[in-house]
Design a protein around this ligand. Sequence first.
Ligand SMILES: C[S@@+](CC[C@H](N)C(=O)[O-])C[C@H]1O[C@@H](n2cnc3c(N)ncnc32)[C@H](O)[C@@H]1O
Length: 239
Amino acid sequence: MTTYYDSIAQQYKKSKQLPFRLHIEAYTYFHLLGNIVGKSLLDLGCGEGFYTRQFKLLDADQVIGVEISEKMIELARLEEAREHQNIEYIVGDVFELGKIGSFDLVVASYLLNYAQSREQLLKISQSIFANLKPGGRFVTINNNDSQPLESYLSTEKYGFIKSITSPLIEGTPIKYTFTISDSKQQFSFDNYYLGTATYEWALRSVGFKEVRWQKPIVSPDGWQNLVKSFGRISLTVCP
Ligand SMILES: C[S@@+](CC[C@H](N)C(=O)[O-])C[C@H]1O[C@@H](n2cnc3c(N)ncnc32)[C@H](O)[C@@H]1O
């Protein structure tokens, strides 16, 4: 399987070190996950395993990562070989995944925004639900579809902007552009816009009983670090 992420795998990995990703994105994600000690966890669209490895460090029991990009999985497996954590990485397409197990938690950071239509979102949601134990939870990070368009470029100083070239309707590509701090090197990829109501519809249609949205939270360290580096910070900084 070859995907666009094969060509940006290394740069994407570096972008995980941007301060807003560490102090806002990751902090909010782990806040939502709560205590995962002893839990089984399926990470869909796991990339090179940035979060997947951390789940194990937080004492999750079984952890499996599924990812469509072979290059991303290659990087994840390199880390696994360097420091053995007993994580299983599978190259696979979440759209076609079906049931591969029964997990306490299914997670996906920035995966749902690859669905370009309601139908595609429904398919991903089916894969998610099929892999959860009864009473299990799905936790995700996604494009913030209520971010005002005027602020898409205002996050440039944090190393990240969004842009669109056509009106924002369901299926419109949203270009994410990252600038890596040390090299000033840029790379971009597209996500797709779907509205909040569509997400809720898809998740409820496959069987989820409760859908909750969480705004980004800044870690206590993050306030100091981000304010020191950037001055006053704005919460639109997080995608
Ligand atoms: C923005 S990256 C996020 C990676 C990782 N979750 C993280 O937060 O570091 C999105 C990932 O989803 C993967 N992806 C996109 N469509 C997919 C699909 N249909 N099946 C599996 N993975 C997919 C991409 O290859 C990419 O690695």
